[in-house]
Design a protein around this ligand. Structure first.
Ligand code: ZN
Length: 214
């Protein structure tokens, strides 16, 4: 099963992707992770990525699609792929669709994580992350346990993302609405779209996603 998680920054795509990795043995493809991994991989694409990044240039869609191609043809698809943070634009969505049909892969579902913007801003600015395992906490909905230890791994260090302030969030939201939100209509029209309430409790969102995937 191959799926895309779609939603604004802070909607919890990363958290839900990790659940799917653990629960369905899927492989999470996040652009940032792929780029970091490629740099040290020594593959042809990896060398191109390193060149571009070392020159301080932006990584093109063609390069990201090339990295995805490497992943999809690696022969180790486990429970399928989760695209997290890609595609971000209509052009990328077209390119991904073309790649997948070329490789005889099917996109099974696009999960839209719907959020209320005011609630999202409130939630993001209250967020912190376990430095050891990446478990996400929230001052309001899921505070760090009273003993100061991560409930997942026992870690005691927590970080707040420097960009988790309201102004930078609004900038990222604007980019999402300008470039990425048209994908909701795009995938709706293709018949791939399923929507879940992204601001429900993490377990409830996970369960809604399971239901949507059937
Ligand atoms: Zn932890």
């Amino acid at each position: 099963m191959n799926i895309i998680l779609l939603g604004p920054p802070g909607a919890g795509k990363g958290t839900q992707a990790r659940r799917l990795v653990a629960g369905r043995d899927m492989i999470q493809l996040s652009t940032g992770d792929m780029l970091r991994e490629a740099r040290t991989s020594g593959t042809e694409m990896g060398k191109r990525v390193a060149d571009v990044m070392d020159r301080g240039e932006l990584v093109t869609d063609e390069i990201v699609i090339g990295l995805i191609r490497e992943k999809l043809t690696s022969g180790d698809s486990k429970g399928g792929y989760i695209f997290d943070g890609f595609p971000r634009t209509l052009a990328q969505a077209d390119a991904l669709g073309n790649l997948m049909s070329e490789l005889n892969e099917v996109l099974d579902a696009v999960i839209e994580m719907r959020v209320d913007d005011d609630a999202l801003v409130a939630r993001i600015t209250a967020r912190s992350t376990c430095a050891s395992c990446g478990e996400v906490y929230n001052d309001v909905t899921k505070p760090i346990p009273a003993d100061g230890k991560c409930s997942n791994c026992g870690g005691t260090e927590f970080t707040r993302r420097a960009d988790d302030n309201e102004e930078s969030l609004r900038t990222r939201l604007l980019a999402y609405y300008k470039q990425t939100s048209p994908l909701i209509g795009y995938y709706y029209a293709k018949g791939d779209l399923k929507s879940v309430d992204g601001l429900a409790e993490i377990d409830a969102v996970a369960s809604d996603i399971q239901d949507a995937l059937g």
